[in-house]
Write a protein that binds this ligand. Structure first.
Ligand code: GAR
Length: 201
């Protein structure tokens, strides 16, 4: 079967990467082929997950080099592997407009809130859940969207709502949003995006 060569970009624990791997192994991502995992930090546990799943892992460290050199390092890997779809799964570095413009409707991002709420500058990781609790929302969730040159501004593919419970901390809320939303909609969106790429050909 025709499959879309896909790279997953990560920075940390990689639980979203794990969700993708699990769905792949369960046969639910028939049009997605993971060809590489690229980490912006050498200590990202996501690299261990990739290794265990037999996916080639690479480090392109953000630290210690310019934005241009960092992005060129990623582009070189993507081009070498003929990557057609890029998934940002807990990737904590900003990509420039010139990078993003090279891959229109080809970069997916998972964000731990219902965009446009709790998006934009400084809203990443646990900060998103801190902001949601501080605002007192009763419902939050996750969004998977295409990335364009405006941060968190691309077309939304899937969203899923999650209840905020009394007594939630940023950590308990983060965990619920991951379990109930992110780990479900990211693989679904990856398969949808891959099917769309194959249909365009
Ligand atoms: C996830 O909650 C993801 O949505 C978030 O970081 C976490 C990474 O966890 N991403 C962002 O905040 C991007 N703006 P993981 O490494 O275990 O997948």
């Amino acid at each position: 079967m025709n499959r879309v060569k896909t790279a997953v970009l990560v920075s940390g624990g990689g639980t979203n990467l794990q969700a993708l791997i699990n769905e792949q192994q369960a046969g639910r991502l028939p049009h997605v082929e993971f060809v590489s995992v690229i980490a912006s930090r050498p200590d990202a546990y996501a690299l261990t997950r990739a290794q265990k799943a037999g996916i080639p892992g690479h480090v392109v460290a953000r630290k210690g080099q310019s934005q241009e050199a960092f992005e060129q390092g990623i582009l070189d890997l993507l081009e070498k592997d003929g990557v057609q779809l890029i998934i940002l799964a807990g990737f904590m570095s900003i990509l420039s407009a010139s990078f993003v413009q090279r891959y229109p409707r080809r970069i997916l991002n998972v964000h731990p809130a219902l965009l446009p709420a709790f998006g934009g500058k400084g809203c990443y990781g646990l900060h998103v859940h801190e902001a949601a609790l501080a605002r007192g929302v009763k419902v939050t969730g996750a969004t998977v969207h295409y990335v364009n040159e405006i941060a968190d501004g691309g077309e939304i593919i899937l969203q899923k709502a999650v209840a905020v419970e009394p007594g939630d901390t940023p950590e308990t809320l983060q965990r619920r949003v991951m379990e109930q939303a992110e780990w479900r909609i990211l693989p679904q969106a990856a398969e949808l995006a891959a099917q769309e790429i194959l249909e365009e050909k």
